[in-house]
Design a protein. Sequence first.
Length: 226
Amino acid sequence: MRWNFGLACAATLLSLGAYLSALFAGAASETNADVFRDPDTGFTFSQYNAPITTGANYITFRIAIPSPATAGQPYDTVVQVVAPVAAGWVGIAWGGSMTNNPLLIGWPNAGSATTSVRRATAHTAPVADAASSVQLLKTGTKSNSTHWQFTAKCTGCTSFTTTGSTSKSLDPAGSNRLAFAYSRTKPSQPASASSPINVHDLFNYWTHDFASAGNTGFQELVDKNL
């Protein structure tokens, strides 16, 4: 998979500190827990720490879903991403590929964050995905001197058309293959959800456990954190 956004890859990521600060407690590089209960938002997340260098540097991906959620039917998800300040943007491919699935992208913006859902049908710059939407949650979106974090609700990210009339649904009671990418280069228009973004410096895949991501009162938690 190549998230080709039109510019050459930047240099190898510089070494960062091994641990997150207390502001992002629970997401430090030594944390390998499958479940993270966020004291700020109240969500229970299933989480994955994605290595981004040969050292102890990670981007943490957390996912929360409604409980119950019906297999084969659309459901919203809340995603929380914690990234080192050297990451200019971070993206999640919900179908595990650059093409023909929603691409949720986020980047820091003046102490908050900007998010965008895009889609590509070829290895070219993705455009806004009309079939999906994202809503930033104010609580759970923050930054400090070492890391930035966003928390957002994605609608249309768990059930989507791939090609033609073919569709894909993510299993709320099982594991789903996802992909991520990131770039060290910050978007040129950080306040704009449609800002151009650079080509990624790294991409990779993982299998995420959705079965432990369930939250009763999911919508109430969303509303509380807006």
